[in-house]
Design a protein around this ligand. Structure first.
Ligand SMILES: Cc1cc2nc3c(=O)[nH]c(=O)nc-3n(C[C@H](O)[C@H](O)[C@H](O)COP(=O)(O)O)c2cc1C
Length: 478
């Protein structure tokens, strides 16, 4: 990968090193120095806005829960196909992008969505390009998560299968993380797609995820301008050609006109003009432990801010949840084990739990690598996604970030399904080669902490009735 242009340059200039605080931009004119991170005065709106003249379809607030155990869905067990109607489409959208909790902090009302997002920035938008959904006219619709409604933004597309289009807004996450937010859009895209896919699978649809698609055509379909909003991935609700061929202009909606030129260039360098195959579904797991339904697990899911470091989890929890999370994904993972029964503490290259790459207590090390966030030491284990940058091109760079997010999203659901807690976790880029004992071109992608919760979050609410919560702050090493 060329570290002097496109996504490679973005990676290099947004890598955290110990000599610089995470919110201080690198001394390079290609990153913006004129924005103040986390400035309440410039906080972007939590979602896109459209003119009130566009047709709005309220989605049914009663969600048709198929009642399938979360573990069966994550294991890949096929489920009976339910009718695809407005309520079921609404359920799938809600279990990925719905507003489930709210909290007020520093005068800002935060809308927490069903799936996690780095720094709770929620930089994603979801569109449904519908084909034959009962009760929904064929067309391109933006999911208005606040109202649990569809706003019709464009005419019906060509293609056979109803397809969700996920886009990312760099400024919404960049407000806190600047240009590094480009990576977060893809990580968050992965966690969102993990939940959208799980919700679709549990209703018997065979979700097909594509990360290679003609960018310009998809931008035109949903009205994303390629500067303030980028397409990230497509998720079709079945086999066949995705309904994404634009037949006319889409309304662009309103986004603040703040650009990160480095992000625009990174995205543009990866643009292609053809479709790739869907991502492999992965082998079905033979073992399916019992668990609450997927819908229940999604409602309970949150990011655990504090874990009990004196507690352990069973080896079977680690093994099953990692196997489920990595179905069909070939991005390498390591596991730092702190407190897992029948596994010695140390660092392992998944799936080999027999021979540690480094043995012993790594709690302090992980805490340091995770920027003094104590969760990385309190967890029972920390899954670490990392890959060599050398063979990647600008498009593959996006894919590995997305895959790491997908694994985080599934691992998170698996942990909650099995009674544990989890949180995504960021890290010091420069520490990864030494931590893993790999060459210098190994790049960290995303960490997931899994452990025993110190408290239980309130379950999320139903459409139109999010639950008001008090934000729990994570601990930092002193
Ligand atoms: C990709 C990703 C990275 C994250 N990184 C961190 C982190 O470094 N530290 C942390 O405390 N939480 C981290 N989180 C958790 C988010 O802060 C959390 O998802 C967000 O506040 C929304 O809250 P919820 O997940 O409880 O709905 C991360 C989450 C994701 C999805």
């Amino acid at each position: 990968m060329d570290l002097d242009s496109g996504a490679g340059l973005l990676h290099r200039l947004t890598s955290y090193t110990p000599d610089r605080e995470w919110d201080v931009p690198v001394d390079d004119p290609r990153v913006r120095h004129d924005l103040v991170p986390n400035d309440v005065a410039t906080v972007p709106p939590p979602m896109k806005a459209y003119p009130s003249s566009l047709p709005v379809l309220a989605l049914p607030q009663d969600l048709p829960d198929p009642g399938v155990p979360a573990t069966a869905v994550l294991a890949g067990v096929a489920q009976p196909t339910l009718p695809l109607d407005a309520a079921q489409l609404g359920r799938i959208l809600f279990l990925g992008a719905g507003v489930v909790r709210t909290a007020t902090r520093r005068g800002i009302n935060h809308l927490f969505r069903a799936s996690g997002s780095a720094g709770a920035r929620f930089p994603l938008e979801v569109y449904a390009s519908t084909r034959g959904v009962a009760g929904v006219p064929d067309g391109v619709h933006w999911y208005d998560a606040a109202r649990h409604a569809l706003v019709r933004v464009g005419p019906a597309a060509t293609g056979d299968v109803t397809t969700l289009v996920v886009t990312g807004v760099p400024w919404r996450t960049g407000w806190r993380y600047a240009e590094r937010g480009f990576r977060h859009m893809y990580w968050d895209g992965g966690t969102l797609l993990a939940q959208l896919s799980a919700a679709a699978s549990s209703a018997g649809f065979t979700p097909r995820l594509r990360s290679l698609f003609p960018d310009a055509a998809v931008r035109e379909l949903v009205g994303a301008d390629g500067v303030h909003e980028h397409p990230i991935a497509l998720l079709s609700l079945g086999d066949g050609s995705p309904a994404v061929g634009s037949t006319g202009p889409a309304s662009h909606g309103d986004l603040p006109p703040v650009e990160f030129p480095l992000c625009t260039a990174a995205q543009l360098a990866g643009e292609r003009d053809s479709f790739g195959p869907p991502w492999p579904a992965g082998a079905v797991l033979r073992e399916v432990p019992s668990s609450p339904s997927l819908d229940e697990v999604v409602r309970r899911r949150g990011s655990q801010r504090r874990m009990d470091r004196s507690r352990t989890v069973a080896r079977s929890l680690l093994e099953w949840s990692m196997a489920a999370a990595l179905r069909g994904v070939d991005v390498p993972h390591w596991v730092a084990v702190h407190g897992v029964e029948d596994v010695d503490p140390g660092l392992y290259r998944w799936p080999d739990l027999a021979t540690p790459l480094r043995a012993g207590d790594l709690r302090g090390k992980l805490e340091w690598v995770c920027l003094d966030q104590t969760l990385a030491a309190e967890a029972c284990f920390v899954a670490i996604a990392a890959t060599s940058l050398t063979p990647l091109d600008d498009r593959a760079y996006r894919d590995v970030q997305l895959a790491a997010g997908l694994v985080e999203g599934r691992l998170h659901l698996a942990a909650y399904a099995l009674g544990a807690g989890a949180s995504g976790m960021t890290f010091l880029d420069s520490a990864i080669p030494e931590l893993l004992g790999e060459p210098d071109d190994i790049a960290g992608l995303l960490f997931t902490c899994v452990g025993v919760p110190e408290y239980t979050s309130r379950a999320g609410g139903e459409p139109g009735a999010p639950v008001e919560v008090r934000m729990v702050t994570p601990r930092f090493a002193s």
